[in-house]
Design a protein around this ligand. Structure first.
Ligand SMILES: Cc1cc2nc3c(=O)[nH]c(=O)nc-3n(C[C@H](O)[C@H](O)[C@H](O)COP(=O)(O)OP(=O)(O)OC[C@H]3O[C@@H](n4cnc5c(N)ncnc54)[C@H](O)[C@@H]3O)c2cc1C
Length: 400
């Protein structure tokens, strides 16, 4: 009979990998999670991740079940309304404003927004409460050997643990995906996102606001008050050269550009963090699994940050994996389990990657006729009540 060092090895300690370690740990499996880079858990430290994640309802339930939500809830800003603003006319001013209210489909908000650096801090704290989970920062996966009954993973500390399942949560260039020879299809948009935090005089009232003009969406997502003032996280998508130019502007010139692009919907914005720049691509792995290996999160799919889908799709990968594991623990990592995972997730992921690609292309539109068409499309979707509700449920992941 085979003996294993751990049930599961999670390659990658980003938000997705740490969440996977905590969720499987809380379900009673022994887990080793490794990452060559130690997580940065302070907002103002060099290299901290200033993006935020809006956890939609299904993700919040999973985090609650794994004992993580109790640590997060006091830091989260609820998202009650998703406001879509078209400012694609000749001048940058709102010409169409549509509110999608969570109350139309649910008693709960759409989701809750949290900074990524804080997520890492609280996920790490949760791991220390789980004696069956080991997190080894400073150590990366270097090789993968599998056979039907086990996987052996080479680590940069020279060890070679034997496990039943390897979870690749090691990002868009996933070394474990590469080692398994799984190909990806990548779409490049020549676009980048700036992510940073602002203060504003007009309270956000738990409204997430997406403003469309050209180059990609400009999104303000509610954060809890910062230093006693209303605060939001901003994701500003632009063509690559324009994003880099904006990132380098002196603070006052940047705030001027910011106020023009935000149409002053919350009054003048004040920058209160570093500006970070993220390349935007769509990418999907051709399979979600191979022998003894499951891909999740950006190792499996990358989407532009629209509609808070990226990490929420990742947590739906995780939910299916843990449900399959718990319903039949002796089959953990078996071909049957991993084929089911691939079959149930791949189509759903393809649909979301395709849908978000279309939304991003519509938002990037620079020509006036295309921008006018986009505004007409938004108006049409909004005015049909059942279509509007279905769109909201689909966005939430409450409908497949
Ligand atoms: C601007 C922006 C805003 C976003 N906003 C949202 C949002 O509101 N809601 C949402 O759901 N999603 C959002 N997303 C998407 C979300 O941020 C990502 O899906 C998520 O952060 C990616 O997490 P990950 O853990 O898969 O990848 P990563 O964060 O890239 O983590 C991968 C980890 O793997 C590690 N690694 C690399 N090589 C190895 C190795 N050999 N061995 C072990 N580990 C290794 C890396 O060091 C890294 O820590 C946004 C994305 C962007 C760009």
């Amino acid at each position: 009979m085979l003996t294993f060092d751990h049930d599961i090895l999670v390659s990658g300690g980003g938000v997705a990998g740490l969440a996977a370690a905590a969720v499987f740990g809380a379900a009673g499996f022994s887990v080793l999670c490794v990452d060559p880079t130690a997580p940065i858990t302070e907002r103002d430290a060099e290299g901290s991740d200033l993006r935020t994640t809006a956890f939609l309802q299904p993700s919040q339930s999973l985090l609650e079940q794994a004992g993580i939500w109790a640590r997060l809830k006091d830091h989260a800003a609820p998202l009650q309304v998703m406001r879509i603003v078209d400012a694609g006319g000749v001048v940058a001013e709102p010409r169409l404003v549509k509110n999608f209210n969570a109350a139309d489909i649910s008693e709960k908000p759409f989701g809750w927004n949290l900074p990524n650096w804080l997520l890492r801090r609280e996920l790490l704290a949760r791991l220390t409460e789980l004696p069956n989970v080991e997190f080894r920062p400073g150590v990366g996966t270097t090789s993968l050997f599998t056979r039907a009954s086990e996987a052996r993973v080479g680590l940069s500390d020279g060890s070679r643990p034997r496990v039943r399942l390897v979870i690749a949560a090691d990002g868009r260039a996933s070394p474990m995906r590469e080692a398994a020879g799984i190909n990806v299809k990548t779409t490049r948009y020549g676009q980048k996102a700036l992510a940073f935090a602002v203060l504003h005089p007009i309270p956000h009232e738990n409204v997430s606001t997406e403003i469309h003009r050209a180059g990609g969406p400009f999104t303000l997502v509610p954060l809890p008050d910062w230093q006693g003032l209303p605060s939001s996280a901003v994701v500003w998508m632009e063509t690559g050269p324009e994003a880099l130019r904006l990132a380098e502007l002196p603070c006052d010139a940047f705030e001027e550009a910011l106020n023009y692009r935000s149409c002053l919907l919350f009054g003048p914005l004040t920058l209160v963090s570093r500006r970070t720049v993220w390349p935007i691509i769509s990418q999907q792995a051709e399979r979600m699994s191979s022998e003894r290996l499951a891909l999740m999160a950006e190792a499996a799919h990358v989407v532009p940050p629209i509609g808070a889908q990226g990490l929420n799709m990742s947590l739906m990968d995780l939910k299916l994996l843990v449900d399959l594991a718990v319903s039949n623990p002796t089959e953990l990592g078996s071909r049957g389990m991993l084929d089911t995972y691939h079959r149930k997730r791949h189509g759903e992921v393809t649909a979301r990657v395709t849908g978000i690609d279309l939304l991003n292309r519509a938002s990037m539109a620079a020509s006036q006729p295309m921008r006018d068409l986009r505004a007409k499309g938004l108006d049409a979707i909004y005015s049909l009540g059942p279509v509007r509700k279905t769109m909201m449920q689909l966005g939430l992941g409450a409908r497949g």
